[in-house]
Design a protein around this ligand. Structure first.
Ligand code: HAX
Length: 423
């Protein structure tokens, strides 16, 4: 971490000055208007705050620090974390320094496993995961230093310290929850010689003779890392962190949002949908049969999971990266074939249906079929994987928010009477 921290120490004063100057010169210029309809529509499209780690464009999807996602799908989670924080990829020495830092914080405290053991047998894995993170709040360096009068200028360093320690533990925690919750036997201890995704694959204990499952998890953890600042989980964690709640509190807040079926839980819902297609047809249905199946679901007032997006208006490049992986690594698999075939059918159905502004697949449409293929079949676990990765984005955003001294979030709500009288 020393090298990452030093890089940030060098960058932060320049960015602080740049932003101070920007506000001094252009602070009173407008960047957005708000209509009455937007006030009742989840703030959709309102440009109201800044997130520099990544941006999402309607026609290209995720851009990380200026680099379109499809140009960097080969990089590791550790590299993307460095990129999110510093705007550049690490060199070999910096990468090994960061890996070393992660590997010295792999162990999850015993009291966490005890708490998880006491939870109901059918607890949702996301509830277990978030409970565990919240239970570790007492480990927070930020909270301790804040209590001891830490000056504002040091907030970001304490957030980074907490962030690294927490991120290092998440593969251990996720894999341990998987084995505990799905009766897979004893937990497998982390191996400090392995990298983030390699360690996860080692600890989850599924066979991976070809190494392809490791490649998938590396891709998975990289693709889910961040999606600008306005999505439910990022915005929730941003808001909670703005009260100077420490990263354990703030990350849990974000992940509770990720556990919603319209957000991260859509990956579990999506595979559930695909498996219901397979089970109902006892085979891979034709495109016409799939079309009818989707219409029946829509007529019952249900969404097609994995399709649509609040910002995107094109196939999600994260979806495309997963499909490419599947096409390169998977032959003759019913579940993957159904996912591929749905892509030919659903956009047309949603367009004809006429409601969804974006008929294209999002990240959640394909990921589950790949995990399922490699033996990770318990789909209510999938959002935990999303969470392990997305914590990188939340932490990176938090480090910069504290470095830039962004104040407590407090937009103004208005009443319907006020709107009626004022508009
Ligand atoms: N199937 C059916 N109807 C859909 C739809 C879908 N996949 N996507 C949108 N619609 C409907 C909406 O429910 C809404 O209907 P009402 O007017 O009756 O309320 C209408 O189309 C307009 O919605 P929108 O403006 O296009 O979409 P929103 O910005 O409101 O919501 C969602 C975006 C992603 C929540 C939405 O597309 C959806 O529910 N998709 C299915 C769930 C899903 O895949 N979620 C994961 C999104 C990616 C993500 O965050 N992952 O973590």
């Amino acid at each position: 971490m020393n090298m990452l921290k030093n890089e940030l120490r060098n960058q932060i004063p320049n960015v602080q000055n740049e932003i101070k100057q920007l506000i001094a010169e252009k602070g009173d210029q407008k960047i957005s208007d708000v209509t009455v309809a937007q006030a009742y529509s989840g703030l959709r499209g309102i440009k109201a705050f800044v997130c520099d780690t990544s941006s999402v464009s309607a026609d290209k999807g995720l851009i990380i620090r200026g680099i379109p996602l499809n140009e960097i799908t080969h990089i590791t989670p550790e590299e993307v974390f460095f990129l999110l924080l510093t705007s550049r990829l690490p060199n070999a020495e910096e990468l090994s320094d960061l890996k070393k830092e992660f590997s010295s914080h792999l162990e999850v405290p015993d009291y966490v496993w005890k708490i998880l053991n006491e939870m109901p047998d059918d607890a949702h894995p996301m509830t277990m995961f978030n409970t565990a993170i919240l239970a570790m709040q007492g480990e927070s360096v930020f909270a301790e230093k804040y209590d001891n009068g830490m000056p504002k200028s040091e907030y970001w360093e304490a957030v980074l310290e907490d962030g690294i320690r927490l991120l290092a533990k998440l593969p251990t925690l996720g894999a341990g929850i998987y084995r505990m919750r799905f009766n897979k036997g004893e937990r497998i201890a982390p191996n400090s010689n392995l990298d983030w995704s390699g360690n996860f694959v080692h600890m989850i204990g599924l066979p991976d003779e070809t190494g392809d499952f490791h490649k998938l998890m590396q891709l998975y953890f990289m693709l889910h890392c961040d999606h600008e600042g306005g999505n439910v989980s990022a915005f929730a964690s941003h808001t909670v962190a703005s009260a100077l709640s420490d990263p354990y509190y703030s990350v849990t807040a974000g992940l509770n949002g990720l556990a919603g079926p319209l957000h991260g839980l859509a990956n579990q819902e999506c595979l559930k949908f695909v498996l219901s297609v397979r089970d109902d047809f006892q085979d891979v249905p034709s495109e016409d049969e799939l079309k009818q199946y989707c219409w029946d679901r829509l007529k019952n007032g249900r969404v097609i999971p994995g399709y649509g997006h609040a910002v995107l208006r094109c196939p999600d490049p994260r979806f495309s990266a997963f499909i490419k992986f599947g096409q390169e690594h998977i032959k003759d698999d019913d579940v993957f074939t159904i996912v591929d075939r749905l892509f030919n059918v659903v956009p047309g159905v949603l367009q004809e249906h006429g409601k969804a502004k974006n008929p294209w697949p999002n990240v959640d449409a394909a990921s589950g079929s790949l995990l399922y293929y490699y033996g990770l079949k318990e789909f209510n676990f999938y959002t935990v994987l999303f969470s392990i990765s997305r914590t990188m984005g939340m932490i990176s955003q938090m480090v910069w928010e504290r470095a830039l001294g962004i104040p407590i979030t407090r937009p103004k709500s208005v009443t319907t009477d006020w709107i009626k009288q004022s508009v």
